[in-house]
Design a protein around this ligand. Structure first.
Ligand SMILES: *Cc1c(COP(=O)(O)O)cnc(C)c1O
Length: 458
């Protein structure tokens, strides 16, 4: 009874099965099917070549949640957030969450605020920007003034989502360049950029490049001055993708939020320091009338009548449950404990890196647990932060080096984003690895210099 070993799938070793052993189609749909286990193994194995998410110190996005959250996630991954009539409790939990945020961000009347979830801060920023634009247009048209040349004022170090917003929605982007004297948008020279066509000013609360806060109070005061002189009443959108979930816990006395009457709207990424897996964002307006009704659609084909303001229609609902879980699980004290520990790890790393010799910090991790550093100028050194980044990558750490934005593009920095899950223990290992790689690069450097001298003397 000769039995074809290959055809008997229950005894056939996984990597010797048809499909698994043969060539895999990458760019065309395979003609036939394969076993689910085989397909799983192929996809699983290919993804092993991705970096380790926990060692990815380039991203702001959560890479660790508690097992209970994982359980909740698997229970809810089939829920579509848009089906608010079918999943009324997911919709209710979405409302709990943005109301919690409105309160956390000191909306004068959280019940009179309005907000929603999004796929991330990018979408949240688009919605914030669209509300600014539409309000400006409606005001201009009501006054019989042209409304065809809107502009938005922001730092040159904004996250790319603001350049996208301006590009996609036909708004002129007015960038205030950062410099060594003005490392962030701080209200300096703002009057040179604001005019009657300015729909708003973006304050980045946690600059992506460096982790620094833009001083929203100073920006607000500069706009007060501008209003006194010109009458332009320009409001602020705070891009708190990262900082809006740090400051309320770590710097509770810092004023940056709805306590400032000029702050019309604030966004954050639930999946950054909101401590939820990707992708989830939030945007909140201080008062419902700051979100023009003409932007809100009433959708009836899901049953009921649901107001929606979003770029996408379908979107996973599970992250909303995870955010509500995190709010309940951590509470104010828990968020503070987590964020303070994350800050402590960032301070430790910044201090150690500053003390190594070749580096100079661009900023201490004093705002959000993010900091960047530069290489001190040194004659004869022939390695760069890009080389260091490569060497660290070999150890599994992903720590990017990149040029600063316009006017400072000659300057290369390297940045670490510390997140919940990068423990003090791991941080110590990272410092050991950075020291070892600097020593390697220096030794390599000396060897090359010695070679060069030898060639020269020859
Ligand atoms: C991360 C980030 C964004 C984009 O957020 P996503 O949630 O990744 O879409 C926008 N602005 C700032 C300041 C950010 O740090």
């Amino acid at each position: 009874m000769a039995h074809n070993f290959r055809d008997n799938l229950s005894i056939n070793p996984v990597f010797a099965r048809p499909g698994e052993a043969g060539a895999v189609h990458k760019y065309t749909l395979p003609k036939g099917s394969m076993l689910p286990e085989t397909a799983y193994q192929i996809v699983h194995d290919e993804s092993m070549l991705d970096g380790n998410a926990r060692l990815n110190l380039a991203t702001f996005v959560s890479t660790w949640m508690d097992e209970r959250a994982d359980k909740l996630y698997t229970e809810a991954f089939d829920k579509n957030a848009i089906d608010k009539d079918e999943y009324p409790q997911t919709a209710a939990m979405e409302t709990y969450c943005w109301r919690i945020l409105a309160d956390l961000w000191r909306a004068p009347d959280p019940a009179g605020a309005i907000g929603c979830s999004t796929t991330g801060s990018s979408e949240a920023c688009m919605l914030g920007g669209l509300a600014l634009k539409r309000r400006w247009q409606e005001k201009r048209r009501a006054a019989g003034l042209p409304a065809d040349k809107p502009n938005l004022v922001m730092s040159s170090a904004v996250q790319v989502c603001w350049e996208k917003f301006c590009n996609y929605f036909d708004v002129e982007a007015r960038f205030v360049p950062i410099s060594m004297e003005h490392k962030v948008l701080d209200g300096h020279n703002l009057a040179d950029y604001v005019d009657e066509n300015t729909i708003g000013v973006v304050a980045i609360f946690g600059v992506t490049y460096t982790g620094m806060y833009e001083p929203v109070v100073a920006i607000s005061k500069a706009l007060d001055e501008i209003q006194k002189k010109t009458g332009y009443d320009v409001m602020i959108h705070v891009d708190g993708a990262s900082g809006a979930m740090i400051a309320p816990f770590v710097q509770p006395d810092l004023v940056w939020d709805f306590r400032l009457p000029r702050v019309a709207s604030i966004n954050t990424s639930g999946h950054k320091y909101g401590l939820v897996y990707p992708g989830l964002g939030w945007v909140v307006w201080r008062k419902a009338d700051l979100l023009p009704e003409s932007l809100v659609f009433q959708v009836s084909y899901l049953g009921g009548k649901m107001p929606t303001f979003a770029l996408n229609f379908s979107r996973p609902g599970a992250q909303i449950l995870l955010q509500y879980w995190a709010f309940l699980r951590y509470g104010h004290e828990g968020y503070r404990a987590v964020q303070e520990e994350t800050m402590r790890v960032a301070w430790y790393l910044a201090e150690e890196i500053a003390g190594m010799g070749p580096f100079e910090l661009w900023n201490h991790a004093s705002d959000i647990p993010v900091f960047a550093w530069m290489l001190k100028p040194s004659r004869g050194r022939n390695w760069t932060l890009y080389d260091l980044s490569d060497r660290l990558r070999m150890q599994g750490w992903q720590i990017p080096a990149y040029p600063m934005p316009v006017d400072l593009t000659d300057l290369t920095v390297q940045r670490i984003v510390v997140r919940n899950g990068l423990s003090m223990d791991l941080a110590g290992r990272l410092i050991d690895d950075i020291r070892a790689q600097v020593a390697y690069l220096d030794a390599d450097n000396e060897a090359k210099n010695a070679d060069r001298k030898a060639v020269f003397h020859h």
